[in-house]
Ligand binder design. Structure first.
Ligand code: HEM
Length: 151
């Protein structure tokens, strides 16, 4: 993305509403408390939805890359909804880095949706409408950065 495009995107995209940010944070806390490491579940669902992605992790014999990547994704979501110190730029640059791994840009939205679905399932009856709204809005905002990032 050019400097100008980045600036206009930053202006048009409002920061996450603090109540929605809290709902996202809370849902992730509950998921971690209830389930611990979500790595196996998230990737199992991703590969069910996009089977062709599994082969791209051929180097990842012990799931360390998958775990590391997912923890970065949680960090980026938490930064995106709060201070947004680096998340927007990081998202744009990861899209480019991942072209080197043959990951199509469209798969980012699928991956984030898979994360939301996993968190929702793990939260069970503790999942609230506020969390659902917060995730919907946040994923739509993140998608803007992914779609327009460094194009
Ligand atoms: C914001 C979203 C994403 C972030 C922050 C992210 C971050 C990362 C990071 C940090 C690594 C390197 C991990 C390491 O070597 O320890 C990595 C590797 C990788 N990512 Fe992502 N990722 C994202 C989205 C995706 C998506 C949607 C896919 C598609 C399935 C994907 C596929 C891969 C693959 C295949 C590798 C392994 C590359 C290799 O063989 O070294 N990533 N990712």
């Amino acid at each position: 993305m050019t400097g100008k495009a980045a600036q206009s995107l930053e202006k048009t995209l409002k920061r996450t509403d603090p109540a929605q940010a809290r709902a996202i944070e809370r849902s992730l806390e509950i998921a971690a408390e209830r389930h611990g490491d979500l790595t196996p579940r998230v990737y199992a669902l991703l590969f069910e939805r996009k089977p062709e992605m599994e082969a791209l992790f051929w180097r990842d014999k012990d799931n360390a890359i998958k775990g590391e990547m997912l923890s970065k994704v949680f960090e980026v979501i938490l930064d995106f909804v709060a201070e947004r110190r680096y998340a927007d730029h990081f998202l744009s640059s990861e899209v480019i880095t991942h072209e080197g791994y043959d990951v199509p840009r469209e798969v980012f939205a699928i991956f984030f949706a898979v994360i939301e679905e996993t968190v929702r399932d793990v939260c069970g009856e503790e999942w609230t409408d506020e969390m659902a709204r917060a995730w919907r809005q946040t994923l739509a905002d993140i998608d803007e950065f992914v779609r327009q990032g460094s194009a």
